[in-house]
Design a protein around this ligand. Structure first.
Ligand SMILES: [Zn+2]
Length: 116
């Protein structure tokens, strides 16, 4: 009689991988939302949270969601909050959005899709 089923020793690596991805994604989103929350009080801590989120992203190959990534300054590493430390301009002529960081003055352009 075999009470120790072989099932318990079988490992599903695919499942483990997706668990890592899910945890990483959750942590990235949490870190970024904490960065945004702490920014008005502590800029350096906000930058550290962003840095951590980026490190998790590189290590686990989990991408930071596009709409979040656009609101991180590539130059100074701050989370960008429109109306606080960022300025958003729309160029409807060529469907571009320009996000400027008011802390370091760098800006980035992204194409955007027109609604409708
Ligand atoms: Zn900046």
């Amino acid at each position: 009689m075999n009470f120790m089923g072989s099932r318990s020793t079988r490992r599903n690596y695919g499942k483990m991988r997706s668990a890592v991805t899910a945890v990483a994604r959750e942590r990235i989103e949490l870190l970024l939302s904490q960065a945004i929350e702490i920014l008005p009080r502590d800029t350096d801590l906000a930058k550290r949270y962003v840095g951590l989120a980026q490190r998790i992203s590189t290590r686990t190959k989990v991408r930071i969601p596009k709409d979040m990534k656009h609101y991180l300054c590539k130059n100074c590493g701050q989370p960008l909050i429109p109306g606080k430390n960022a300025r958003i301009r729309l160029r409807s002529g060529n469907s571009r959005i320009i996000i400027s960081c008011l802390s370091c003055g760098s800006f980035r352009r992204y194409p955007y899709r027109k609604l409708g």
